[in-house]
Design a protein around this ligand. Structure first.
Ligand code: GMT
Length: 381
């Protein structure tokens, strides 16, 4: 198949899923064309089946806001026409689904039928998408997609709750590539972080309010009082400055390291003992899956799709959003006993195996084939 993928080329979860999916599809012999405004973060190597088309937005003194959606739609028309794509897969509804619909309409005037699959990732539904600023466009473009997937049952339910959807939504969970995410021998790094063999806790995110990063810090303060430990805060975003300040005011700054954005996250996870994700809302929790794959159990909230990933008392624990005391108590119960920690680590790995790329990839390929066949049937009817 010749597949066009549209995504945000940044460190966000939807961009990571889109890029990893594209790489895996290319590995299976499909031709994959990424159409984005800059090179996706994890697409920094050569592969014969991978192509990158940059969307450039021309500025003009009249524009306070340059019309990215129009530039993207125009680029999609160009790439579909000249690369003879079979299907377009857009990740994150805003504004990708509506730009794809516009391109589809234009392509029809050239006699080209291009099926569109939209994957809903999370905040495009739960936070931004349901805001009246975007809601009519999001509703329309989901309903006009030829196929729609959501990364969890919870996100599918939220979509039906917040929008009037008259099309089927297929749940295809996030996945993990074990050829990248596995334990790496990084003992020297562990020694540098935790010279006295302290436990290492980790949080990774984009430090937006929805991640409740202050809960991570407050939880860590309680854990530190019982178990010698260190906290790694990986990523960057609007809450980081406040979080650093909070560490200072709680007098735990010397035990917390803010590492900023990191590419080789699997190396940092490899030295970690426990992952913390107290999110307010989380459609799936890809970062937690990455942790589990590296044998790091997870303390998470029970928001959104997290119960579809985390199994309470097996590969981690879940608590209600904001219940920092409960999260800390459960974290301590894992960390204070070597045998318990060892068992949770093994369970974490076993749980992550359920979401192996090798299991999830065929579900996308089958879905593409189904959507293409249905769309051609509809055209010829
Ligand atoms: O908010 C983020 O963490 C980024 C966001 C995105 O769309 O880039 O992530 C969402 O998509 C991920 C991949 O499907 C999911 O694993 C995350 O749970 C989801 N984030 C939220 O729902 C907050």
């Amino acid at each position: 198949m010749k597949i066009g993928i549209v995504c945000y080329p940044t460190f966000g979860g939807s961009g990571v899923v889109a890029t990893e999916l594209g790489k895996a599809l290319a590995g299976e012999g499909h031709q994959v064309h990424f159409i984005t405004y800059s090179q996706p973060a994890r697409l920094d190597f050569f592969s014969a089946n991978l192509f990158y088309h940059e969307v450039s937005v021309r500025d003009y003194p009249l524009f306070d806001y340059a019309p990215y959606e129009s530039a993207l739609a125009s680029k999609l028309v160009d790439v579909v026409r000249f690369e003879n794509l079979d299907i377009l897969h857009v990740h994150y509804a805003i504004p990708h689904a509506s730009a794809a619909f516009m391109a589809k309409q234009i392509l029809e005037t050239y006699g080209i039928n291009i099926p569109i699959v939209t994957t809903l990732h999370g905040t495009d539904i739960t936070l931004v998408g349901k805001d009246p600023t975007y809601k009519p466009v999001v509703t329309f473009s989901i309903n006009k997609s030829d196929g729609v997937t959501a990364v969890s049952q919870s996100l599918k339910d939220d979509t039906h709750q917040h929008f009037e959807i008259n099309t089927e939504i297929r749940v295809i969970h996030n996945f993990i590539d074990f050829s990248r995410f596995s334990l790496k021998p990084k003992d020297h790094f562990k020694k540098a972080i935790a010279p006295n063999n302290e436990r290492i806790l980790i949080h990774t995110s984009n430090f937006r309010k929805v991640k409740r990063t202050a809960d991570v810090i407050r939880m860590f303060e309680k854990i530190l009082a019982k178990v010698p430990s260190k906290l790694l805060m990986v990523g960057d975003g609007p809450e980081r400055a406040y979080d650093e300040q909070l560490c200072r005011s709680l007098n735990i700054g010397e035990h917390v390291r803010f590492l900023g954005k990191q590419d080789a996250i699997e190396e940092i996870l490899s030295v970690s003992d426990l992952f913390l994700m107290p999110s307010e809302s989380e459609s799936f929790g890809l970062a937690a899956l990455e942790a589990l794959a590296c044998k790091v159990p997870a303390i998470t909230s029970n928001a959104g799709g997290l119960p579809e990933l985390n199994i309470d008392g097996y590969c981690g624990y879940m608590s209600s959003v904001g219940d920092v005391d409960d999260m800390a108590a459960k974290a301590i119960s894992i960390l204070e006993n070597d045998d318990v920690l060892k068992q949770f680590k093994e369970n974490a790995f076993a749980r992550a195996k359920e979401f192996d790329l090798k299991k999830i990839l065929p579900r996308y390929v089958e879905y593409y084939a189904q959507v293409i066949a249905e769309s051609h049937q509809l055209k010829n009817a």
